[in-house]
Design a protein. Sequence first.
Length: 625
Amino acid sequence: MRSPSSGLNKAAPPRVVVESVRPEVDGGRYPVKRALGEQVLVECDAFADGHDAVVCELLWKFSGESSWQTTPMEFRHNDHWAAAFTVGKLGRYQYKVRAWVDAFVTWQRDLVKRRAAGQDLSVDFLIGASLVDDKALKDESLSAEDRYAAAMAVKPPRPSPDIVLESNVLEVLVDPVRARFSTWYEMFPRSARGDGKHATFRDCVALLPYVQEMGFDVLYFPPIHPIGTTARKGKNNVVTAQPDDVGSPWAIGAKEGGHKAILRDLGTFEDFDFLVAEAKKRNMDIALDIAFQCSPDHPYVKEHPEWFRKRPDGTIQYAENPPKKYQDIYPFDFETPAWRELWEELKSVFEFWIGHGVKIFRVDNPHTKAFDFWEWCIGELKKKHPELIFLSEAFTRPRIMHKLAKLGFTQSYTYFTWRNTKEELADYFTELAQHPSREYFRPNVWPNTPDILHEALQHGGRPAFIVRVVLAATLAASYGLYGPAYELLEHLPREPGSEEYLSSEKYEIRRWDRNRADSLRELIARLNRIRHENPALQSDWSLRVHPTDNHQLLAYSKREGANIVLAVVNLDFHRPQSGFVDVDIEGSFEVLDLLSGGRYRWSRGRNFVELNPHTLPAHVFTVVR
């Protein structure tokens, strides 16, 4: 407690209280996130003792600018205030709130009340004149009406700094729009030919129209570096490889080079640069997988053995996740005494590929690397390149996933693959859309990956593939598919109970007939057109789940201005399901099914639906007035 006598020669402390400034993450330890062009709605609670008027302002500026921009905050209710600003540049903005007890605003407010009560205002005008230099208020020859009009016209003077209280400075990190809304397609470039022969980047260029026609704007490749031969894994992850086995792309490094080299069979840097440029012409980004690990043949192993952890027998510790063993991979030791040199070298890997036009990176298993490294590395990279996007591939415990997002990862993998019931999906996506963690955690949902073939896809048939991609494309603003395994309905596991694919593309070149008659490519293309044509599906926060009387029917909507998209999905892959959906949209209206083209008359309240999984197990409606 402060002693009054300790400040006798100073102004009294400000009477105003400012609390709960938001959005914020961990008290401002980390920035909140927005995409270019979005608003930041800032709210706070501000009040003071007694009945005097409080004034509250929002201040913001782009990082590095010297002057703050200011806008008044609006009083909402119960001492709650709000104002917004728009982020127009990539990078970081700062914002804060300031408030004070304003004697002049209090006087103006009370003057209105006294006039309404018919009281004599002559003394009040003189009180106002003592607060602000205005001749009309002092001029007793003027009528009361003229003096009152003058009083209402006077703008409050700026307050003395002694009575102003400012909050801590908070930050918002502004990313490209593709950070909020993106559609990813993962493919192994070595299988681009589809005939079983090793493909090149030039073959990938030939596939760009295929990927673009399906509506994807990010084409993501697993590692494209030289692959080690020591302890190389064979087909289906067998320990002993055959002479013609191509190995796992995640076993990075050979005598030809490491993380800054290209697998010779894929082509040259000239070929890769050409691919990046051709993708840009189609408004597509090439995303690369960055996996910070090495094969035993990586040049780092000989040049910097101090970067790896040694076992008591002197051998380097290979990667393990017991009982799984990865004999073809050496993890880095982030506790090495040479950690500074290691960090700088790993950061330079990103810088190298940025130099070749790559702006989007999917990072493999970031949760197995030091948290401090990611905060430093991503922070340093985004200082120079604020347009970068980093996707965190961390299927791990929630707090670790969220920590990585706070540290700088732009998007994050989610638990969507393992959320399949109505209750699981409703609860999880409501959390992603409405929990305060949405300020920093941007979900990117994947119904399959090269590592994960969920049992729903193994046993649900074609309806399961349709349902899961409809859910991914409409529940989340960013989603991805591992193809062509997805559109070609790849569903056989390596063995019962496994989520590994049989004949996994991680260990061999696959033959793909992308023109198969049963391909889902047209459905996926339609879904992605719907996403691009409906702003409601391009963000996450407006999601609302609607009641249904059937536990196999999931109904939800998203809204952006006048654009409303309402989805109803049958979660039963084998049987038709019907029931009533409760919606609270005012009046009578039509819903147009953007998937089938059907048109129906709906109204506020209960509306009947029936969905057959063997025809089309989902409605994706837009509301038509």
